[in-house]
Design a protein around this ligand. Structure first.
Ligand SMILES: *[C@@H]1O[C@H](CO)[C@@H](O)[C@H](O)[C@H]1NC(C)=O
Ligand SMILES: *[C@@H]1O[C@H](CO)[C@@H](O)[C@H](O)[C@H]1NC(C)=O
Length: 319
């Protein structure tokens, strides 16, 4: 059945015909696969280099895509658009990417009148945006990002420093981390304090769980003195940020739709680890680990306040 539909779709496109059965075909949740959807789907596949060898799979993924397009259509905030995650259902997205293992933290108090602008990216103290791939290792990227910045600010490294997330994924399970199934920045800081962390060059990222390779953990090694949990207020977060970038936990449930602008369409169920790197025009600037084609070249701007719960579970390493 689905194969026939796909053939019909392909035929429609090839012949340039306008009114075949596709316009009338209703899919799950009653989202129609219109010519416009097909056009955007083709563009999506090109943009993100998505390939589907199984036609049934492709039809199903196009239906999911159509449902995600409906969410964008209904958006009134102007921050939603098509992203690389549009062939995933919200449930699939959450199970792969929203894996931070944080106990639901007490809600932070929003007590800052206004934020003071600071931008660690333009100051040259933030390393490049990375991509965690299909592995729930956000916590490892938040950790390396925070440590890389702390080392640069302490004069112990340049901003070409690239620390190993894979070492954290593979080797920090005795501190409570679960590799690609999730983890916590503070647990990673505890591990690094004892074991130190090597570079990406020595221990490269493969976006999957592996056995810990002790042989790869070799010089140059970077450590930390300790780490500090930021008090649960937006003013304390601002004060901490004026010294260095901060590892934060957020509710990223709707981030799969984010393409730019000041975002606030979220609650505070913490499920993702990222790096707070600045305040721009009073709003928070955050570095993510979903590559540079996501959001604002890999970054997201969060509205001032405790948006997405960003002040509920913040911490930073000390050198
Ligand atoms: C979009 O809005 C319409 C009209 O309010 C509503 O019926 C529909 O369920 C919404 N769709 C999504 C995916 O939010
Ligand atoms: C995600 O965005 C939708 C659509 O704007 C909104 O209705 C919903 O409350 C948001 N969900 C969360 C968890 O923030």
């Amino acid at each position: 059945m689905n194969k026939l539909i796909l053939l019909a779709l392909a035929g429609t496109v090839l012949l340039g015909a306008t009114l075949l059965l596709v316009n009338h075909k209703r899919v799950s949740n009653d989202v129609p696969i219109t010519e416009e959807v097909i056009k955007q789907w083709k563009q999506y596949k090109l943009t993100y280099n998505k390939k589907f060898s199984d036609p049934d799979q492709e039809v199903y993924r196009m239906e999911v895509f159509a449902q995600n397009l409906e969410v964008v259509k209904n958006d009134t905030t102007g921050t939603f658009g098509v992203t690389q995650f549009f062939d995933l259902t919200p449930q699939e997205f959450a199970s792969t990417y929203l894996t931070l293992k944080v106990e639901n933290a007490e809600e932070a108090v929003h007590d800052a009148e206004s934020n003071t602008d600071i931008n660690w990216v333009t100051a040259g103290k933030v390393t490049g945006v990375k991509n965690q791939g299909q592995c729930g290792s956000c916590w490892a990227f938040s950790t390396t990002g925070a440590l890389e910045s702390a080392l640069i600010l302490a004069g112990q490294a340049t901003n070409s420093l690239d620390l190993s997330e894979q070492q954290l994924v593979d080797c920090s399970s005795s501190y409570g981390n679960q590799g690609c199934n999730g983890g916590l920045m503070d647990s990673a800081f505890k591990y690094i304090k004892v074991s130190q962390l090597t570079t990406e060059g020595n221990y490269p990222y493969h976006a999957k769980d592996q056995k810990c390779s002790q042989a790869s953990i070799k010089a140059p090694l970077y450590g930390l003195k300790g780490f500090t949990d930021v008090a649960k207020t937006t003013s304390a977060l601002q004060t901490a940020l004026l010294k260095q970038p901060i590892a934060i936990a957020v509710d990223a449930t709707n981030w799969s739709y984010y393409t730019g602008g000041v975002f606030s369409n979220c609650k505070t169920q913490l499920n993702h680890g990222v790096l707070l790197v600045g305040v721009v025009n009073g709003n928070w600037l955050v570095k993510n680990s979903w590559g540079t084609s996501w959001g604002e070249k890999g970054y997201i701007t969060l509205q001032a306040g405790n948006t997405c719960g960003l002040a509920n579970s913040a911490s930073f390493p000390t050198e």
